[in-house]
Design a binder for this molecule. Structure first.
Ligand SMILES: *[C@@H]1O[C@H](CO)[C@@H](O)[C@H](O)[C@H]1NC(C)=O
Length: 156
């Protein structure tokens, strides 16, 4: 009796793990991430930077902006000027984190990423004036990722 019960429990346990594994893969797979080339084309500015401060939490939409220290522009450096530049010129404000239309849309302070952004369009003013808006998923900085993005930028 006892052995059989234990076996049943083990069986259930195994099935649960399998189902959870399949479901989590599914969920991950359904986020409609575009191809990197499309993402590069849609973003007028691509930069690498580190999140220094999280601010302007929107309690309704659960979105937020971050002050980001810029390390390098992979694309669109000349578009970033004037009041978009903060603290003497090497920081920018990026908005749109938490946007459900973007798959990987969350950061913590200290995260260093590749950011695909556009200047905030006028209809988003005044809330996002002089901000850059996240346009697609955050990307980890690896040699391979940097090379891939740079290749697309140069290919234009
Ligand atoms: C990204 O930018 C393109 C324009 O280049 C725009 O059509 C699209 O809506 C933007 N996507 C997001 C999530 O803001």
């Amino acid at each position: 009796m006892g052995t059989q019960r234990r076996q049943t429990i083990r069986h259930l346990y195994g099935w649960t793990i399998l189902i959870v594994a399949v479901l989590s893969q599914r969920c991950h797979g359904t986020c409609p991430e575009k191809e990197l080339q499309r993402r590069e084309e849609e973003a007028n500015i691509v930069l690498t930077g580190t999140v220094e401060e999280i601010m302007n939490m929107d309690p309704v939409h659960n979105t937020y902006s971050c002050k980001v220290r810029v390390w390098r522009y992979l694309k669109g450096k000349t578009m970033v000027n004037g009041e978009v530049l903060l603290d003497g010129g090497n920081k920018v404000m990026i908005g749109g984190f938490g946007d459900p239309g973007i798959c990987d849309n969350r950061v913590s302070t200290g995260d260093t990423r590749i950011f695909f952004v556009n200047l905030a369009p006028e209809y988003m003013w005044p809330a996002h004036k002089n901000e850059l808006m996240l346009n697609s998923s955050l990307m980890r900085i690896t040699l391979r990722n940097l090379e891939e993005v740079e290749n697309y930028v140069e290919g234009m």
